[in-house]
Design a protein around this ligand. Structure first.
Ligand SMILES: CC(C)(COP(=O)(O)OP(=O)(O)OC[C@H]1O[C@@H](n2cnc3c(N)ncnc32)[C@H](O)[C@@H]1OP(=O)(O)O)[C@@H](O)C(=O)NCCC(=O)NCCSC(=O)C[C@](C)(O)C(=O)O
Length: 286
C-alpha cells in the first residue's frame, strides 16, 4: 500500500473545470423529490444550500463507467485499489447566492490523499476542494471540501463498530421513507450511476451491505431541508457533515435539527429507525 500510496499522492493538485448553466427544471424536480410545497422558480431565484449538486454533473461516457457505476478510477480521481467507495463528509462556505440563470464554473482540485486504519479496516480518503463561481466573478460563491472514502471488500469476519446513539429531543424532526423511487430520483437528478443506490443484487452480493444505501448528499440535503422548512429565512453561511454510519432503504429514518441558544448555530443529525446516529452535521447562520 505504501508504494501505491506514493502513486496515489501523485494525484494531489490535479484539477478539472466544468461549466454549467443554472437551470430551473432540476431545482423544481428536487423540490418535488423533497416533497416540499410547490416552489416558484424563475430567473434570479436563489438556490437553497446544497442544490448546486444538481449542476456541473459528471457526464462520463457510458464506456468510461467502472464496475461500481462511477467513472473508472484513474481519471480525475486516483486509482484507489479499495473497491467500496462512499461519501464520508463535506464542509461548505456559502459566500454568495447561486441563482437560476447564472452561468457557473466549478473548479475541483484534489487536495489530499491519505491512508488510515479505521475500526472497519483499511480506508483511503481523497479530499477534493470545489470552488463554484458565477457569471465570471473571481470570488467563489461556494467553497466546498468533499471527503471521499474507499473501503476494503467485506470479509465474513468483519464486525461492525459499535454505533453511537443520536441525541434525543430535537425541536425540528422529519421522518423519511427511503423507498427505491426516492433513491432513483435523487440518483437521476445528480446523474449518479453508483450501483449501491439502485442495484440490490450488486450492493448485497458484491459490496456486502444489507440493502440499498441512501446517498450521503441526499441525507445532507434533507438536513438542510429541515432548516428550510422550520426557519425559511435562515441565511446559512457554513455547513459541515460527517456520515458516520450507512443508512439503508430497509426502514424509515429521521432528520432532526435544533437551533442553539446563540441563535446562530443549528445542530443537525440523521438517525436510523433504531435511534443510531448516521449523520452528524452543523450549520452556522450569518
Ligand atoms: C466513513 C466510515 C467508512 C469510517 O469507518 P471507520 O469506523 O472504520 O472509521 P473510524 O475508525 O471511525 O476512523 C478512522 C479514521 O477515519 C477518519 N474518519 C472516519 N469517518 C470519517 C468521515 N466521515 N469523514 C472524514 N474522516 C473520517 C477518522 O477521523 C479517523 O481518522 P484518524 O485516524 O486520523 O483519527 C464509516 O464511518 C461509514 O461507513 N460511514 C457512513 C458512510 C456513508 O454512509 N456515506 C453515505 C452513503 S455512500 C454515498 O452516498 C456515495 C455516493 C454519493 O454515491 C458517492 O459515491 O459519492
Amino acid at each position: 500500500m505504501e508504494t501505491s500510496l506514493d502513486n496515489l499522492k501523485a494525484w494531489i493538485g490535479r484539477s478539472e473545470r466544468v461549466h454549467d448553466q443554472i437551470g430551473a427544471t432540476p431545482a423544481k424536480a428536487l423540490n418535488a423529490t423533497l416533497d416540499y410545497p410547490a416552489m416558484h422558480v424563475e430567473t434570479g431565484t436563489a438556490l437553497p444550500p446544497l442544490w448546486h449538486w444538481l449542476y456541473f454533473l459528471p457526464l462520463h461516457q457510458q464506456s468510461d463507467v467502472g464496475p461500481d457505476g462511477h467513472a473508472k478510477r484513474g481519471g480525475f480521481l486516483p486509482p484507489v485499489p479499495l473497491p467500496r467507495r462512499m461519501w464520508a463528509g463535506s464542509q461548505f462556505e456559502f459566500r454568495s447566492p447561486v441563482r437560476v440563470g447564472d452561468a457557473g464554473e466549478r473548479t475541483s482540485t484534489i487536495t489530499d490523499v491519505s491512508v488510515k486504519e479505521g475500526r472497519t479496516g483499511k480506508l483511503v480518503f481523497v479530499k477534493v476542494r470545489h470552488e463554484l463561481r458565477c457569471n465570471g466573478s473571481a470570488d467563489p460563491a461556494i467553497v466546498e471540501f468533499h471527503d471521499i472514502v474507499y473501503r476494503d471488500a467485506k470479509r465474513p469476519t468483519d464486525v461492525e463498530p459499535p454505533p453511537q446513539r443520536a441525541e434525543a429531543g430535537a425541536a425540528w424532526q422529519r421522518e423519511i421513507v427511503p423507498d427505491d423511487v426516492l433513491l432513483f430520483r435523487y440518483s437521476a437528478l445528480t446523474f449518479n450511476g453508483h450501483r449501491i443506490h439502485y442495484d440490490r443484487k450488486y450492493v448485497t452480493e458484491v459490496e456486502g451491505y444489507p440493502g440499498l444505501i441512501v446517498h450521503g448528499p441526499l441525507i445532507a440535503t434533507l438536513l438542510m431541508d429541515v432548516v428550510r422548512r422550520n426557519a425559511p429565512d435562515a441565511d446559512v453561511a457554513t455547513f459541515r457533515f460527517k456520515a458516520v454510519r450507512p443508512t439503508f432503504d430497509l426502514n424509515p429514518f429521521r432528520v432532526n435539527g435544533q437551533l442553539q441558544e446563540d441563535g446562530k448555530t443549528i445542530k443537525l443529525r440523521a438517525q436510523d429507525h433504531e435511534g443510531w446516529l448516521t449523520m452528524d452535521a452543523v450549520a452556522t447562520l450569518r
